[in-house]
Design a protein around this ligand. Structure first.
Ligand code: ZN
Length: 232
């Protein structure tokens, strides 16, 4: 048995949740699961329909994007995953989808405003939208540069990847991550719901105000403060 079996299994299970949660169509989307000690991650192969996936078909890749084990080609977004794992030490799972509402926001190139407590329970800032990539980045190593575009956006906005486990890439779609592949999938579903709610909020009232600071603070402290009780 492969010594990477555990991450192949978690990557497989996490990938299979995407169609169940309505986050992907056809072969769109991919999840990876990393093992930091082994310095590798397991990722969905490119172009294989979800119903044909199995743990054995997951491809093992190192943090430089080199394939270590597997007969299939890894997902075309593999280099974005590799860059994020290499630079962000505390994540072990990454998800990329073109889920409808989050992608629609990415296409408008807007951050998703924090309108309500559903949003605040997960992140206490607007969901960041990285600007569309420059022509040079697009012409170069596109997927590799997408990873840097995400990290640059976090640097510029002064965000912590451990506090904010989601981003929109302008004109493209969302990426989410977490301490496990499962948590990254959870974040992907949360982001899609928050994106849908924010869209509806602006439809009902284009002047809807952002969530008040007192509520943002309350929800932040519920989750992070010394007396945190959220999720119990
Ligand atoms: Zn994509």
């Amino acid at each position: 048995m492969s010594k990477y079996q555990h991450i192949k299994q978690s990557a497989y299970e996490a990938n299979m949740k995407l169609p169940k949660l309505g986050l992907v169509l056809f072969t769109f989307g991919n999840v990876s699961a990393a093992d930091r000690e082994l310095g590798v991650f397991a990722i969905k192969p490119s172009g294989v329909p979800y119903e044909d996936l199995s743990p054995e078909k997951m491809v093992i890749v190192d943090f430089d994007g080199k394939t270590i084990e597997g007969d299939l080609r890894p997902s075309s977004d593999t280099l974005t995953h590799a860059v994020l794992y290499k630079h962000w030490d505390h994540i072990n799972g990454i998800v990329h989808t073109h889920s409808t509402y989050a992608t629609a926001w990415a296409q408008t190139q807007r951050d998703i405003p924090i309108f309500g407590t559903t949003h605040a329970d997960h992140i206490t800032v607007d969901v960041p939208c990285a600007p569309p990539m420059s022509d040079e980045m697009i012409a170069g190593d596109y997927e590799y540069q997408t990873g840097f575009q995400i990290m640059d956006c976090f640097k510029e906005k002064g965000l912590s990847y451990e506090e904010v486990e989601m981003v929109l890439v302008g004109n493209h779609a969302p990426f989410t991550w977490g301490k496990t592949a499962d948590k990254a999938v959870y974040n992907s579903a949360v982001l899609e719901t928050v994106a849908q709610m924010a869209y509806l909020t602006e439809q009902i009232n284009p002047q809807a105000p952002r969530l008040k600071d007192a509520l943002i603070k309350k929800h932040f402290e519920r989750k992070h403060g010394p007396n945190s009780y959220y999720g119990q």
